[in-house]
Ligand binder design. Structure first.
Ligand SMILES: Cc1cc2nc3c(=O)[nH]c(=O)nc-3n(C[C@H](O)[C@H](O)[C@H](O)COP(=O)(O)OP(=O)(O)OC[C@H]3O[C@@H](n4cnc5c(N)ncnc54)[C@H](O)[C@@H]3O)c2cc1C
Length: 150
C-alpha cells in the first residue's frame, strides 16, 4: 500500500515537472514549483506535497461568477427578472417606469447594458444622441514588426 502511494507520488511529481518545463518553454511568467510549506502559506485550506504556482493565471467559472454577483446584488435589494424585453421607458416623478414584455418595473435608477441595442434603449428614455453601427471583423495583434517593411 505504502509502495503504491510512493509510486503515485513519483508519477504526480514527474507530471508536475513536465508541466513546469512546458510552462518555461512557453515563457509563462513566474511559473515555478512550490513545496508543502509554501502551498499552505499561499492557500491555507489546501494541503499538498508539491504544486505548480502560476502567479499570472486564474481560472474563473463564468456561470458561478455570475451567480455569485447575483447573490451579492440580491443581498442589497436587487431583483432578477429574466426574459423581459424593455419596450418603453417613462418617468413618474423621480422614478423610471419600465414597460417590459412581462411586467412593469419601477426603479430609482436605470443602468442601460443592452449591448448592441443600448442605443435603442437609450432612445426609449429620451437619449437619442447614440447610434450603434455593428459590423463584422477580426481583431488581431502581433508583437513582431513585419520583416518586409510593408
Ligand atoms: C459573434 C460574436 C463573437 C464575439 N466574440 C468575442 C470574444 O471572443 N471575445 C470578446 O472579448 N468579445 C467577443 N464578442 C464581443 C462581446 O460579446 C461583447 O463585447 C460583450 O458581450 C458586450 O457585453 P454587454 O454586456 O455590453 O452586452 P451583451 O452581452 O450584448 O448583453 C446585452 C444584453 O441586453 C439584452 N437586451 C438588449 N435589448 C434589450 C431590451 N430592449 N430589453 C431587455 N434586454 C435587452 C440582450 O438580450 C443581452 O442579453 C463577440 C461578439 C459577437 C457578436
Amino acid at each position: 500500500m505504502r509502495e503504491a502511494r510512493r509510486g503515485d507520488r513519483r508519477r504526480e511529481e514527474a507530471e508536475l515537472e513536465r508541466l513546469a518545463a512546458n510552462a518555461r518553454a512557453c515563457a509563462a511568467p513566474g511559473t515555478r514549483l512550490v513545496g508543502a510549506k509554501e502551498i499552505t502559506s499561499l492557500e491555507p485550506d489546501v494541503k499538498g506535497i508539491a504544486a505548480l504556482f502560476c502567479p499570472d493565471t486564474g481560472i474563473v467559472d463564468p456561470v458561478e461568477l455570475t451567480r455569485s454577483l447575483l447573490a451579492d446584488a440580491e443581498d442589497r435589494g436587487a431583483m432578477l427578472v429574466t426574459r423581459a424585453e424593455v419596450t418603453a421607458i417613462g418617468r413618474e416623478r423621480k422614478d423610471y417606469r419600465l414597460q417590459t414584455s412581462r411586467e412593469e418595473i419601477r426603479a430609482a435608477a436605470v443602468v442601460n447594458a443592452a449591448g448592441l441595442r443600448s442605443d435603442e434603449v437609450a432612445a426609449m428614455a429620451g437619449v437619442r444622441k447614440y447610434r450603434i453601427h455593428p459590423w463584422r471583423g477580426i481583431t488581431s495583434g502581433s508583437s513582431r514588426r513585419p520583416s518586409t517593411g510593408i
